[in-house]
Design a protein. Structure first.
Length: 381
């Protein structure tokens, strides 16, 4: 690619995003990743940023209040680098967007918004809510947009020229997970289970923040039922959060056994082994990128049918690589899970289908290429 400098602007760069930005920099040598500080008290933090001149940290001025409104101090860089393209985090809280609208005619750059595009729970109604009116306005003002899913593109292509809509399927560093999984295969599941002390025949796992949005309390209700049907089953819970104490109290009150809380684990090899040795990931709601983590280690996933899920739910195919259950009653969920656990053929087929997702539609190369395609398109305009 031949073009002037490109800015990719984000409020912060979490650890899981760094490999993706590194890959983008490999494909776009004139790219600069501009980021800042997180809001005080936020659980989201910058990862270990590489010592690379193409990563540039600036100050984020964050407005007080519950909403995350911020302005990043990178405007003098427009004079120095004269970017042809600026890709920015396209959420209304990013007040830089509205400043960039004003500066665009002066510096003559193309502005690309990178975001979810719509609210899956409420739909997209530009004639209705104020939020959607604002989204529609921002959609029209952007020269192009990068979306996290094809589902979002199908919704928004009626409001924007389709050739200016690009999809960077949201994912994690699947190449890294592939190397880990391959090393686990050489050891074998039986040996790994001994190593990590998975002594039960069947193992269920949860990985994520223990908060109301994910409905982890109902997972305990389901486990209470299934453990009576299938005594040789264990529930492993990775993560922490506001519901950790109430969940532990519930386990104690109900005298539930074979449930282990591990707290937060930030070691990919350890969590990878645990997921690889599990029969099913259970996240009742708000699945998010945990589905990539699960599928990368051949672990199917069970969740509830809901519009509340982020776009990554598109990777889950009911009765193929997991379950999306419309019936949210704990008894019915436990029955579905039990029937899966005792069916060895389903184990094999579901695991194979889960892994296939991260080798095809959810592989990290697709996300990187989605961004590079947008850069390439506008570099020639």
């Amino acid at each position: 690619m031949k073009f002037n400098s490109v800015f990719i602007h984000q409020q912060i760069i979490p650890e899981y995003r760094i490999p993706i930005f590194n890959a983008i920099l490999e494909g776009c040598k004139q790219c600069y990743i501009i980021y800042g500080n997180s809001k005080k008290g936020s659980s989201l933090k910058n990862g270990k940023i590489p010592s690379n001149k193409n990563y540039i940290k600036k100050t984020n001025w964050i407005l007080p209040g519950k909403r995350n409104y911020f302005i990043t101090s990178f405007y003098l860089m427009l004079i120095k680098f004269k970017p042809k393209i600026i890709i920015t985090q396209y959420s209304p809280g990013n007040l830089n967007i509205f400043i960039l609208y004003l500066l665009r005619p002066i510096f003559k750059f193309k502005l690309i918004g990178w975001y979810h595009g719509w609210n899956r729970e409420k739909g997209f109604r530009p004639s209705g809510s104020f939020d959607d009116k604002l989204r529609h306005f921002m959609l029209k003002k952007a020269d192009g947009i990068i979306l996290y899913s094809n589902e979002a593109k199908e919704v928004l292509k009626n409001y924007k020229e389709e050739e200016k809509i690009f999809v960077a399927n949201n994912t994690l560093d699947t190449n890294h997970f592939e190397k880990l999984r391959t090393s686990f295969e050489l050891i074998g599941r039986a040996s790994l289970k001994n190593e990590i002390n998975f002594t039960s025949r069947y193992n269920l796992i949860f990985s994520g923040r223990l908060e109301e949005s994910k409905k982890p309390m109902q997972m305990l209700e389901v486990f209470a039922i299934i453990s009576t049907k299938c005594p040789d089953v264990m529930l492993h819970i990775i993560g922490s959060g506001p519901l950790e104490t109430p969940m532990k109290e519930y386990v104690k009150k109900e005298k539930l056994e074979r449930i282990k809380f591990y707290g937060s684990i930030y070691n990919d090899e350890i969590t990878g082994k645990m997921i690889y040795c599990s029969d099913m990931m259970i996240i009742p709601r708000w699945v998010g990128l945990s589905i990539i983590h699960s599928f990368a280690f051949e672990c199917p996933l069970l969740t509830f049918e809901s519009t509340y899920h982020p776009p990554e739910i598109c990777y889950l195919k009911n009765e193929i690589n997991g379950f999306i259950l419309g019936n949210h009653k704990s008894e019915e969920i436990a029955n579905t899970l039990y029937n899966y656990l005792i069916d060895s053929n389903k184990h094999v087929n579901f695991k194979k289908a889960a892994l296939e997702v991260v080798k095809t539609e959810a592989k990290v190369d697709n996300m990187v290429n989605g961004v590079l395609n947008a850069i390439n398109y506008f570099s020639e305009k």
